[in-house]
Every structure is written in C-alpha cells, then in structure tokens.
Ligand binder design. Structure first.
Ligand code: NAD
Length: 494
C-alpha cells in the first residue's frame, strides 16, 4: 500500500489523525493506498505556503521562469510512460490513452514556455505631448486548481503551467479517486527547479474545495468537474470575491448527414464514444442520424463495437472509475431498455461475467433513443452510445441546441455549406467538422457553452493567460521639469 500525502511547500504532509479515502485500482478492485482528506488546518497551511512563495515568485525573471518550464517539459517528455502507468493504475484507462492524455497536457507546458511573448504589453509614445502610455499584465497571487478524476494528469496541466508561467502560485486539489498523478507532477516541478511553495498539492473532497473557495488569500479558482459542482464552485467562489472559471459536464452529439462517408462516421463514433470507456468530457454520447442512412450507420457502428475488447495485452478500453459508477451507468442502460430503446450491443454481459471486484462494463449501443429518455437527458459518462434518429438537419440542430450542455459537438458531411451553417448556428463551444473529438490545441482555448461552463474564461490559450493575470496601464511624463505648472482642469490631450 502506498499513501499519497499532501505536498505543501515541498514537504510531504500526512497528519496522523487525518480523515482518509481509499484509492483503488478499478481494473482489479485492489486497494492501492490512502489519500488524506484535508481539514481546514491543511487548507490554511497550503494556501499559506502559496502566499509566502508568491512574494518572491512574482518577481522571478521571465527568463528564469521559462528555463524551469523548459526543464519541466523535457523531464516530463522523457518520463511520460511513468506518469501514464500511474494514470492507468488509479484511473483504469488503457496505457495508450493515458499516454495521449499526458501528451495533450505537455502541449500546454509548451504553450506556457511562450510566457515572455504572451505577457508582452503594448506601449504608445507621445500619447500627449511628452506623455507615454504602456500596458502590462500582472499575476493575481495564490490560485486554486480543482480537478476531476477522468483526466488526472491533463486537466491539472491545462492550468498549472500557465498559472506558474504568468507568476502566480498554485494550490492544486486533484480528485481523491486518482490523486497520485498530481503528486508525481509536483515532484517533477521540484526537480525542474521550481521553488518550494509555488505548486502545492492539497488532497481532499468537498470540505477541502469549500475551504479553498472561502479562503481570503485565494485570488482565483480554476475548476473542472460535473455541472452541479461547477455551478456551486462558481457561485461560492464569486460570492467570496474570486475570479472563477468552472468547467462542467457534457452531452456531446455527433450529427451525421446523409452525404457523409459512413465508414468514417462509424469509426469516429466508436472511437469517440467508447475511448476511455466514455469517461471523457468530449466523448461522443449521442449519434444523430439524419434521414435514411440510420439503419446502415447503426449496423456499421454495431459491427465495430462488437469487435472491441477489454481483455489481453492490447485492450481497447478499460474499466470505469468504480463499481458504484459502473452500476450507475448500467442503470441508464436498464432504464433506456425499459423505456423502449433498442439494445443493439449489450455491454452489460461483461459486468455479469465479471465476478471480480473490477468495474468493467462493455461498450453498449442503443438505437431509437428519444429526447425524453434519461439516457439521453443525463450525462452518463460511460461506454454507452445512443443513436437518435432525426428526419432532417433542422430537427437535428434543434435537438442539439435544446440540450442543457454545450461542450463539444461534431458534424459529419461532405457538404461544406452545411458544415458552415452548423458552425454558425450550433450553440456549443467546440465544434468538429469530420473530427469527432475537437479538443482545441493548447494555443486556443478549451471550454463549452451553457451548463458546460460557468464563468467567462475558457482554459489555456489567450483566455487562460488573461484569466491568470490582470492588466495595468501606466501613463508617464518624463519631460523637462521646467515645462510644468499648475493645471487644475481634467487631464486632456494636446
Ligand atoms: P466531480 O464534480 O464529482 O468532482 C470534481 C472535483 O470536485 C473533485 O476534485 C472533487 O473532489 C470535487 N467535488 C466533488 N463533489 C463536490 C462537492 N459537492 N462540493 C465541492 N467539491 C466537490 O466530477 P468527477 O466525477 O471527478 O469528474 C467527472 C465530471 O467532470 C464529468 O461531469 C465530466 O463531464 C466533467 N469534466 C468536464 C470537463 C470539461 O472540460 N468541461 C473536463 C473533464 C471532466
């Protein structure tokens, strides 16, 4: 058993009397160790360390910050297999998928290496006679980063590298279900030369989060998780006067028009629907088949789904995060069947055959799903793909726009005008055209609309830089003192 302590000011902290949670390997049910659940004393300790470190980190030169970032990038790249192994052990996703997650996180580190360019302000000479104006962006202070279980390495990397590069200090609160990836990353920051206290890891659940949201020394909060918690974080954090970006849940639709390449669409639906066992906020969970292609498309998806495996040396997908979650997902499949959906591929047989403590559920394909069914309305977050049939494009668009979520969506078509219309009309933040999982590159910003995001700022890219900094404008006059004189009128330009 290996415990995962808090890492505060470069030191491991695991109070003997702390409440703890068990960390489990969902592929076997084995208990891997315990993680402490922070009390308000540890919240204070972590925020105090971040506050103390901010006093000097904010003044460390950009050259030095970037040297550390480059070193971190190189270390992470060289050792990404280690991190992927930790992710697989605690989260359950297969190794290739875990490596993909690390690689996408690395891209944000690379983007953050641009800090000197990203933080360049602007300047105007002689705005008025002898008067110059310049603007710059300044760090906020200690910020909290609160992350979900499904990307235990990448989501922390959406925020931490940029927060640090822009001169802030961080208290990161990872999911208590798979907490070790963030400890491993924090140790790597130390190895890269980041001073103690700049990145602190605080473990825990609800109480730790609420402690951070109400702490007077936390300036901003970046949160990713389910919609109800995102809304709570946004409301509580902003009421406490903090800047908050809170990314929530999703229900991503893939619209397939009659002219689409159906083999490409079926490959994409299966990859994006069942990859990572559907536990991705950008997973496709609904395929909207438009017109007369539905039977053929469903058959193509079913054929590919039946070929997937969760066994052997090269599984396509792993278990869900826990048996409780597996049972919840199964419940949606049971419910959809009872409500009249057609079970084209029934993944429940996997969990029935599984007599161990693992949390496997096979890929499941439902056809004839309607917008009234719970399996359609709720975010299932499992390997369940629902096919909804639509008469025409307008009906499909209306379905997507009526959904409470607006994280990602994709259209499959060969018709450029239809794709452009979709891009303009759909109320979703991230759109793929013949691309099923349109996760923006690090130099663009990631975020959804509607109940998929509370707050104004998306993650990373230009919006990430703005989120972690505030602007200052300086107006200065260095003319000849002899030119001065009293002037009580409101300043005007000449
Ligand atoms: P979650 O909301 O249960 O937990 C997220 C974080 O909040 C964790 O650190 C957890 O400890 C904490 N938390 C949980 N309950 C809390 C409460 N009542 N009060 C305060 N804090 C609480 O989410 P999860 O199950 O870990 O992650 C899956 C969810 O995250 C899905 O809904 C998924 O769509 C979403 N997600 C969204 C994005 C995105 O970019 N929009 C990305 C990844 C995951």
């Amino acid at each position: 058993m290996t415990n995962t302590p808090h890492l505060i000011n470069g030191q491991e902290v695991m109070p003997a009397d702390s409440a703890t949670a068990e960390v489990e390997n969902p592929a076997t049910g084995e208990i891997l160790g315990n993680v402490p659940l922070a009390s308000s004393a540890e919240v204070d300790q972590a925020v105090g360390a971040a506050k103390a470190a901010f006093a000097s980190w904010r003044s460390v030169s950009l050259s030095r910050r970037v040297q550390i970032l480059f070193r971190y990038r190189e270390l992470l790249n060289a050792r990404k297999d280690e991190l992927a192994a930790i992710i697989t052990r605690e989260h359950g996703k297969v190794h290739s998928d875990a490596l993909g997650e690390v690689t996408r996180g690395l891209e944000v580190v690379e983007f953050a290496c641009n800090a000197p360019h990203l933080l360049k302000g602007s300047a105007t000479q002689n705005a008025s006679t002898g008067v110059d104006v310049r603007s710059g962006r300044h760090p906020l202070g200690p910020v909290a980063v609160i992350t979900p279980f499904n990307f235990p390495a990448m989501v922390p990397m959406w925020f931490t590298p940029l927060a640090v590069a822009t001169g802030n200090t961080v208290v990161i609160k990872p999911s208590e279900k798979d907490p070790s990836a963030v400890n491993w990353q924090a140790e790597l920051w130390k190895e890269a030369g980041l001073p103690d206290g700049v990145v602190n890891v605080l473990h825990g659940g609800k109480d730790a989060v609420n402690g951070l949201l109400n702490h007077p020394d936390i300036e901003a909060v970046s949160f990713v998780g389910s919609t109800p918690v995102a809304q709570h974080v946004y409301e509580t954090g902003t009421a406490a006067g903090k800047r908050v970006q809170a990314l929530g849940g999703a229900k991503n639709h893939m619209l397939v028009l009659p002219d689409a390449n159906l083999d490409q669409a079926a490959d994409s639906a299966v990859s994006a629907g069942y990859g990572s066992a559907g536990e991705r906020c950008m997973a496709i969970s609904v395929v909207v088949a438009v017109g007369n292609i539905a039977d053929e498309l469903v058959e193509k998806i079913a054929e590919r789904t039946r070929g997937l495996t969760m066994q052997g040396d090269n599984p396509d997908l792993g278990p869900l995060i826990s048996r409780d979650h597996r049972d919840k997902v199964r419940g949606y499949v049971d419910g959809a069947e009872a409500e009249g959906a057609k079970l084209v591929v029934d993944g429940r047989t996997w969990s029935e055959a599984d007599k161990t403590d693992a949390a496997f559920l096979g890929p499941t394909l439902l056809d004839g799903v309607t917008s009234e069914m719970a399996a359609y309305k709720d975010e299932i977050f499992g390997p369940v793909l629902s096919v909804v049939r639509a008469e025409n494009y307008d009906e499909a668009l209306e379905l997507i726009n009526s959904n409470q979520y607006g994280n990602g969506t994709a259209i499959f078509t060969r018709d450029g005008a239809a794709a452009r219309h979709f891009e303009m009309e759909v109320q979703v933040g991230m759109i793929g055209v013949n691309v099923p999982i349109p996760v923006p590159m690090a130099y663009y910003s990631f975020g959804g609309w509607k109940n998929s995001l509370f707050g104004d700022s998306h993650a990373h890219g230009a919006e990430g830089v703005n989120f972690y900094t505030r602007g200052k404008v300086v107006t200065s006059r260095w003319g000849d003192p002899a030119e001065g004189g009293l002037e009580l009128g409101f300043p005007q330009n000449d």
